[in-house]
Design a binder for this molecule. Structure first.
Ligand code: PXP
Length: 244
């Protein structure tokens, strides 16, 4: 049975849209854990568009499950990872103009560079995962870098139409089997939703699914009614005494 890593970047997105203090992803991570999250995932992007270094610091102090730090393979990010010591680092490609992580990391094109990063993290007992497309060439390259994990990009599966889904699912299943046969551990994620997650969750040997956007969207759907009703209460029955 796969475990669930909850990506809380989108909570920080709402905060950053206003440049204010709410919603704070740090206490939300605790709620995610209370809901059953087996791990908390955050992507500290180079442009700091959602998660901030302050969040990583506080999450490191408060997360009781496992902290998975997604980051670009850069010296700045490696030093941040070494400072906060997450349970896992997931290396992802990053382009400033992208809306979200589009496509997997080209591990095959930079084996030596990435091997060195894996080594630096490994020396501090931080295992590395590579976020890759489900391609044999990329899987074999991950083995060469000595990464412990791969995370299969499920974007093509998620975006494919009804007719192409079985093919995309077969690619994920085959990639998982290939990686496991080489001794790599396998996670998966990106674009998974309440509608499409189950066939991926049923792939044997995938250990963890990292899911973010759909959970945050669902939280709004299940929470908005109560939030409005609390505000309506205050608007209609304000305290009479001055509070400032
Ligand atoms: N895994 C990785 C490596 C990601 O970059 C993301 C998106 O930040 C996710 C999983 C989660 O994707 P989603 O928000 O679409 O569930």
């Amino acid at each position: 049975m796969a475990s669930l890593g909850v990506n809380i970047d989108h909570i920080a997105n709402v905060r950053q849209a206003r440049g204010t203090v709410e919603p704070d992803p740090v206490p939300m991570a605790l709620l995610a854990e209370l809901g059953g999250a087996d791990g908390i995932t955050v992507h500290l992007r180079e442009d700091r568009r959602h998660i901030q270094e302050r969040d990583v610091k506080l999450l490191r102090e408060t997360v009781q499950s496992r902290l998975n730090l997604e980051m670009a393979a850069t010296p700045e990010m490696v030093s941040i990872a070494l400072k906060y010591r997450p349970e896992m680092v997931t290396l992802v490609p990053e382009r400033r103009e992208e809306l979200t992580t589009e496509g997997g990391l080209d591990v095959a094109g930079q084996i030596t560079y990435l091997k060195n990063i894996v080594k630096q993290l490994d020396e501090e007992n931080i295992p590395t995962s590579m976020f890759i497309d489900p391609l044999q060439k990329q899987i074999e390259a991950c083995l060469e870098t000595k990464a412990t994990w791969i995370e299969l990009h499920t974007g093509s599966y998620s975006e494919s139409d009804f007719l192409k889904k079985p093919l995309e699912l077969a690619r994920l299943t085959e990639a998982t089997a290939k990686a496991r046969s080489l001794g790599l551990r396998v996670n998966a994620g990106h674009g998974l939703t309440y509608q499409n997650v189950e066939p991926v969750a049923a792939i044997p040997e995938i250990e963890e699914l990292n899911i973010g956007h759909t959970i945050v969207a669902r939280a709004l759907a299940v929470g908005l009614k109560d939030a409005v009703s609390e505000m309506k209460q205050m608007v209609q029955n304000p305290r009479q005494e001055r509070i400032f």
